[in-house]
Write a protein that binds this ligand. Structure first.
Ligand SMILES: Cc1ncc(COP(=O)(O)O)c(C=O)c1O
Length: 264
């Protein structure tokens, strides 16, 4: 509803000046700043470390609770999520997807003095399936595997090599491209510079991406057909997946470019 807009200030990602101005004018009435440092629903466009450090300092100065949405980055980009990756700690953070490896579970965590407010007579927290033992058991096992194996290093390495392969194919066709985010959840943009906020995605031409993704889907490469979704790598992806993905990426690109040339 429009009325919600009265309670929220939107500031573009990576614009520290705009954030500073907002905090200076409204910091006394702002309860929390919510940010997803790698935009998992906008092509993995990423906050710079400098921006996150600036946001952390402004939140401290204005006594604003800093919340990181780590639903997509948590237990994926590093064992300690985006906070470990970027070296900036939030006051509260949310987790879900990777921690349950497909099982329905989410969690939030934070500084002790905030978490201790959640108690009978304090802040209420509950839900029909909260703390359900089946997803909890799945999450416990998943976290054990992430802790004790090199799964996260492997998906990052796989993503890096896949992007290198895709970059070679795109460069051979003379197509401008950049990758965003972390290689375990990388975004692909057909731009000549790295996008830095959501507006850059909204203003970009993603027709080539959309056509390419649909072609890949038809060939059995199940990247998201929505250009806002990064390419999430799974620890189950192996070298045969890599070869198949790159071969089909090249074929699909040729088909789409031919089709576009015929239409033009
Ligand atoms: C980054 C991010 N945050 C939050 C959510 C919402 O999570 P939930 O469906 O548990 O409310 C999603 C859902 O996909 C998400 O991608």
């Amino acid at each position: 509803p429009d009325v919600l807009g009265d309670y929220v200030h939107h500031v573009p990602l990576n614009d520290l000046e705009a954030l500073e101005l907002t905090m200076r004018e409204h910091g006394h009435e702002i309860g929390a700043m919510l940010i997803e440092p790698i935009l998992g629903n906008a092509g993995s466009i990423t906050a710079s470390v400098e921006y996150l450090k600036g946001a952390r300092a402004l939140c401290d100065e204005h006594r604003v609770v800093l919340i990181f949405d780590e639903v997509k980055t948590g237990f994926r980009v590093a064992r300690g999520g985006v906070q470990e990756l970027m070296g900036v700690e939030a006051d509260l953070c949310t987790f879900a997807k990777a921690m349950g490896n497909g099982y329905p579970i989410s969690a939030f965590a934070g500084r002790e003095e905030i978490m201790r407010l959640i108690r009978p007579g304090g802040v209420a927290q509950g839900g029909t399936s909260a703390a359900h033992p089946v997803p909890l058991a799945a999450a416990e096992k998943t976290l054990e595997i992430l802790d004790e194996t090199d799964a996260l290093e492997r998906i990052a390495d796989y993503g890096t090599r896949m992007q290198e392969g895709m970059a070679q194919i795109l460069s051979r066709k003379g197509i401008d491209h950049v990758f965003t985010g972390h290689p375990s959840m990388g975004g692909l943009f057909f731009l000549d510079e790295v996008p830095t906020n959501y507006r850059d995605w909204a203003d970009s031409d993603y027709t080539l991406y959309n056509e390419l993704a649909l072609e890949l889907n038809d060939m059995g490469i199940l990247c998201e057909p929505d250009s806002r979704e990064p390419w999430f790598i799974s620890a189950a992806h192996d070298e045969s997946c890599m070869t198949e993905t790159l071969e089909k990426f090249e074929t699909a690109l040729a088909i789409v470019l031919d089709r576009q040339a015929t239409k033009a």
